[in-house]
Write a protein that binds this ligand. Structure first.
Ligand SMILES: [Cu+2]
Length: 463
């Protein structure tokens, strides 16, 4: 009896979703979709291993979690969804504008139908809030697998532990900084790339450490194969354009200037060639630490983290080479917001680690170009915040969230007292859905006087 209802529900919802698809279709060809799928898949929703998932039901997909759905390019694809767990779900393939009704009763069913008119890898997912993050996401692969494996693309994410050696106690001296500006297609996410513009092939660029009073010579070389002029503006510089007025470097050339580091502090540098916001969003930013006389107090761990946005024509999550959208940049509507240059840079590629009892220091800056960060470490309180990255003012103490504007920085210090995984975020948390998160893993013995529970850690807590 139940199966009859499932079939009826399927028939109705296919009719419904075909009709609603046709209304969104781009061409007459799209409208021919109705009722004649070339290929059909049936997925069931389930809870498995504490996660929400789609499960394949037939053929080699049977019992596979979030199976890859392979379809020929141009095929009319139908995906049936059967509710197997009794919670509310739907299924969508945003790249093809296909989205089903929400179904909540156990055994209820719905379906989507769309024409896979584009080669590549795309997501199917449940669009209910939090369900994708809880595991309801898989891949639909249209046509032959893309020839180039994007995971093999060059990696531009800067390792947050790569902070150079402290300057410490020494007299002022002459220091030289060599910057190479490059334009390279590199990994954005697991299945996507972007043509980044960089300093020294990393985003952010190198973490530079000098001492107040140093005479610093900056050499900017623009790679031969660049297609744009580049430059550098150091916010630590007193002089024309922070150096940008004398370093507009054509491809294949080098320009130089020298400056005296007159102010201690943590300063942003960036390319300042028009359109400046475009050069910054593409990855041309970094930081220079001008250490005060005697250096900074010693800590156990130092990390270098910068926040930036990318404005791509395609939506967050799309596969393949992503193209810059000038319109979205002028509207200040980024598709991606990231720490250290690329998606998952501080969650999958690199992680930050410390031990119970360690004092951790984060040099945190915002390249931007547009969003102010409300930086927060979930499950921690900052013992000291050097507000606006001023190292000559007393730090704020016991701070939950602090503001860092574009082209600005802060120095955060805190003791890691309790083991676990802590999540660095911008507390404007919609940005987490666009890629902005970083893990700090603290290892060691738990002191139950600090935190105690008999409950297990819930992997679906979003933390
Ligand atoms: Cu540039």
């Amino acid at each position: 009896m139940r199966s009859i209802w499932v079939m009826l529900a399927l028939v109705f919802s296919v009719i419904f979703s075909s009709a609603s698809f046709a209304a969104h279709g781009d061409s007459a060809a799209d409208q021919s979709v109705s009722y004649t799928p070339d290929i059909t898949f049936t997925l069931r929703t389930a809870i498995a291993g504490g996660k929400l998932v789609f499960i394949g039901t037939t053929g080699e997909m049977a019992d596979k979690l979030n199976p890859d759905l392979k379809v020929p390019e141009g095929a009319v694809v139908q995906i049936n969804l059967v509710n197997g767990d009794g919670a509310m779900h739907d299924i969508a393939v945003p790249q093809f504008h296909a989205k089903s009704d929400q179904i909540s009763g156990k055994g209820a069913a719905t379906a989507i139908v769309f024409r896979a008119n584009k080669n590549g890898e795309f997501e199917y997912l449940c669009t209910l809030p939090g369900h994708k993050a809880a595991g309801m996401v898989g891949k639909i692969i249209v046509g032959e697998p893309v020839a180039k494996d994007e995971r093999q693309a060059p990696q531009i994410a800067h390792n947050p532990a790569d902070v150079g050696a402290p300057v410490g106690k020494r007299k002022p001296k002459d220091v030289t900084i060599d910057l190479l500006t490059t334009e390279i297609e590199a990994r954005l996410g697991d299945s996507s790339t972007y043509r980044f513009w960089t300093f020294n092939n990393k985003v952010p660029g190198p973490f530079v450490r000098v001492r107040v009073g140093d005479n610093v010579t900056v050499n900017v070389t623009n790679a031969k194969d660049s297609t744009h002029i580049h430059s550098v503006d150091f916010h630590a510089v007193t002089g024309p354009g922070g150096g940008a007025a004398v370093t507009q470097v054509p491809p294949g050339q080098t320009k130089s200037f020298s400056f005296k580091a007159m102010h201690p502090g943590l300063f942003v540098y960036h390319c300042a060639t028009p359109m400046v916001a475009q050069h910054i969003t593409n990855g041309m930013y970094g930081m220079i630490l001008v250490e005060p006389e005697g250096g900074l107090p010693a800590v156990d761990k130092e990390f270098y983290v910068m926040q930036g946005e990318l404005y791509t024509a395609e939506k967050h999550g799309a596969s393949g080479l992503q193209e810059f959208s000038l319109e979205k940049m002028l509207d200040e509507k980024p598709e991606h917001v990231m720490f250290n240059g690329s998606m998952d840079a501080l969650t999958k590629i690199y992680d930050m680690r410390s031990k119970v009892g360690d004092v951790v220091r984060i040099f945190f800056g915002v390249g931007g170009p547009n969003l102010t960060s409300s930086v927060h470490l979930i499950g921690e309180v900052f013992d000291r915040v050097y507000d606006q990255a001023s190292l000559t003012s007393p730090p704020l103490t016991d701070v939950q969230t602090t503001l860092v504007p574009p082209g600005g920085a802060t120095m955060l210090e805190f003791k890691t007292d309790y083991p676990g995984r802590y999540l660095l975020v911008d507390h404007a948390l919609s940005r987490m859905e666009k890629g902005l998160a970083g893990f700090l893993t603290v290892e060691g013995e738990a002191d139950h006087s600090i935190f105690h529970s008999t409950e297990g850690i819930d992997p679906n807590s979003g933390h």
